[in-house]
Design a protein around this ligand. Structure first.
Ligand SMILES: Cc1cc2nc3c(=O)[nH]c(=O)nc-3n(C[C@H](O)[C@H](O)[C@H](O)COP(=O)(O)OP(=O)(O)OC[C@H]3O[C@@H](n4cnc5c(N)ncnc54)[C@H](O)[C@@H]3O)c2cc1C
Length: 406
């Protein structure tokens, strides 16, 4: 067993580091946006991602026939970790969730339309699974699609309903949307569709989270979706969504921000005096820091375990075996890493003392106010992509074979 990266992988990591150093700009890299830094929501961030594309770093794992370089997933891991550790935009949604699902299940039409745009970073997507009564149990979604033919003879689906928590809807061009197309079959009655966000039947209202970032509710009112924009088979959407969620659980909750916050707190403990005594001499503080470092190392290794499993899956898929994403490992990592983020945020508030309540970017606050922003944002990480309880259910059922609780 070897947890070290190969020489080639180390050289790639160095290349990415130098590229990021050359683009160091607070409008691109901002750690105070915590995990929401991953979204590509401003012209500068989009331009940066486009440059990443020109380096050949978008679609590194995609097949060559679609413009990829057929590299192993570990390269995407190295790239995303470097970006995430600096608070930069990341490659999860377009390249991962949408691109990989289209490659596996999309029609030639959808592949030709969207894959080149993803490689050039010319498109942003919003993901619409959640609804007011369908979150943890996403398969309960009710946004309804009924068969429809337009006056000029185009056949497709007329979609009506309400989505909620759609991050990126206010700037994305396309909606990756789950639609109920068979009311009588819960899991095999959902179809994935691609819908332009500027369709006149779409209304977007902002929801502001405690982490300062905007998410949205989205209303769909008689939105016509032509058949060409259906992803894969009608009524098979939930299968595609589940596979993509495994990917999301890993790629969207990176390890590097945990390390970055832990290093910040460690430096603070090393350099700070309280009541005339160095903080580092306090036995309680030392014990807490040692625990956090141990847990962070566990999270790092769990992340590498996921990467190793994912690479095995890639090899098996290339050899023609069915695609079986490492579901349990993804849930174990997501559960542990995001809950650790919250423990770390609490420790930062406790150890930093009352001054940590000052707002982020307050220079005179301990750690320039990072504790409070981390404290607010990390709550979201334990909800998005499936709440912690749901990860526990997956581990219990699929990992341990225990009975289903709902
Ligand atoms: C900031 C933010 C951004 C998001 N972005 C997106 C997005 O872009 N696209 C999208 O589709 N969704 C998005 N989501 C939605 C997210 O995936 C859901 O919030 C999440 O799946 C939980 O669903 P819910 O909010 O309906 O809560 P519920 O499912 O109602 O859960 C409420 C509580 O009950 C617990 N619970 C539920 N079922 C069980 C069970 N069976 N066993 C034990 N406990 C259970 C949950 O863990 C939770 O603690 C976002 C959410 C947030 C907060």
């Amino acid at each position: 067993m070897d947890f070290e990266f190969s020489e080639e992988q180390k050289a790639y990591a160095q290349q990415v580091k130098e590229f990021c150093d050359a683009h160091d700009d607070i409008d691109i890299f901002d750690v105070t946006r915590e995990n929401m830094a991953q979204i590509v929501d401003t012209p500068k961030r989009r331009a940066f991602m486009k440059e990443l594309g020109h380096q050949g770093w978008l679609g590194m794992t995609w097949p060559k026939e679609y413009g990829g370089s057929e590299g192993e997933g570990v390269y995407e891991y190295i790239l995303n970790e470097e970006l995430a550790g600096r608070g930069g935009p990341q490659i999860g949604k377009g390249v991962g969730i949408i691109g990989k699902t289209l490659i596996a299940h999309g029609s030639d039409f959808l592949k030709q339309k969207f894959l080149p745009m993803i490689l050039e970073n010319d498109v942003e997507f919003a993901v619409g699974y959640s609804e007011p009564n369908a979150g943890s149990d996403a398969a309960s979604m009710r946004t309804k699609g009924v068969r429809h033919t337009t006056e000029d003879g185009r056949s497709g689906w007329l979609v009506n309903g309400q989505k909620t928590w759609t991050t990126s809807a206010h700037f994305a061009e396309w909606y990756w949307c789950g639609v109920r197309t068979d009311p009588d079959n819960k899991h095999m009655g959902i179809t994935l569709m691609l819908i332009p966000m500027d369709d006149p039947g779409i209304t977007i209202n902002g929801i502001w989270t405690m982490g300062d970032e905007r998410t949205n509710e989205v209303w769909l009112d008689n939105v016509f979706v032509p058949d060409e924009y259906v992803v894969g088979e009608v009524n098979h959407g939930f299968r595609y969504i589940s596979q993509a969620l495994d990917l999301e659980r890993f790629t969207m909750f990176t390890y590097a921000p945990i390390k970055q916050r832990l290093d910040l707190l460690t430096d603070y403990v090393r350099d700070t005096e309280r009541d005339g005594e160095p903080l580092k001499n306090d036995a309680v503080v030392r014990s807490r820091m040692a625990n956090l470092h141990t847990e962070a190392e566990v999270a790092r290794v769990m992340g590498l375990k996921f990467v190793a499993e994912a690479v095995k899956v890639e090899h098996a898929a290339k050899a023609g075996k069915p695609f079986q994403p490492p579901t349990v490992v993804a849930s174990e990592y997501k559960l542990f890493a995001t809950e650790l983020s919250k423990r770390l945020a609490s420790a930062s508030m406790d150890i930093g003392g009352p001054g940590t309540q000052l707002r982020v970017k307050t220079e005179e606050a301990p750690m320039a106010g990072r504790s409070e922003s981390t404290y607010r944002y990390t709550v979201i990480d334990t909800i998005g992509g499936g709440a912690s309880e749901i990860q526990k259910n997956i581990i219990a059922r699929r990992g341990l074979g225990l009975p289903k609780n709902f």
